[in-house]
Structures are given as structure tokens and as C-alpha cells.
Design a protein around this ligand. Structure first.
Ligand SMILES: [Zn+2]
Ligand SMILES: [Zn+2]
Length: 94
């Protein structure tokens, strides 16, 4: 940076060599899309009923992951496939 400024201030001077101190400006990862990706991953883990809590219950027998612990006790049919829920298993996402 300092090297480049020096070159601009003394526009007539051409013997400044910046080639060894150049750093690639653009990183390969776009922080915007990375953030978007994280948001999608987080959404996929959210309860399909309240969209607030993380999924922690798998319904049986359809085995859909769709609900947090609180909502699971309040539904009798799977919100994804409408199957009658015969059982609920608590899961732990890492
Ligand atoms: Zn919920
Ligand atoms: Zn289901």
C-alpha cells in the first residue's frame, strides 16, 4: 500500500517496484454468499411449525424431521406428509 501511494505521489518516478509486495485483492470466497449459505443451513434446522426453535423431534413411523420439542407434543399428524404420528423420538443435532 505504502509502496503504491509513493508511486502515485511521485508520478514521474518509475523505478518503484511493487511486484513483490502485491497481495491478491479478491479472496476466493464471497462473504455474502457464505452468509446466505449459513442462513439456509440454519433454516433447514428450524422447526417447520413454529419456525423458531431448532428441530429436535423425529416423527414415527414416517421419520420426518420437522418439529421442535414443544411443537411435537401439540401435533397428531406430521406437518410434512400428514401421516398419523405414532411415536416421537428426540434427536440431537451436532
Ligand atoms: Zn416448533
Ligand atoms: Zn412425515
Amino acid at each position: 500500500m505504502a509502496c503504491r501511494r509513493e508511486a502515485e505521489e511521485h508520478s514521474g518516478k518509475m523505478d518503484v517496484d511493487c511486484s513483490t509486495s502485491e497481495v491478491p485483492a479478491a479472496s476466493s470466497k464471497d462473504p455474502q454468499s457464505l452468509e446466505e449459505e449459513n442462513r439456509k443451513l440454519k433454516d433447514a434446522r428450524l422447526c417447520k411449525i413454529c419456525m423458531d426453535e431448532e428441530i429436535s423431534i423425529v416423527f414415527l413411523p414416517c421419520a420426518h424431521l420437522a418439529s421442535c420439542g414443544q411443537c411435537a407434543s401439540g401435533v397428531s399428524h406430521c406437518p410434512l406428509c400428514r401421516s398419523v404420528i405414532n411415536g416421537r423420538v428426540r434427536i440431537f443435532l451436532s
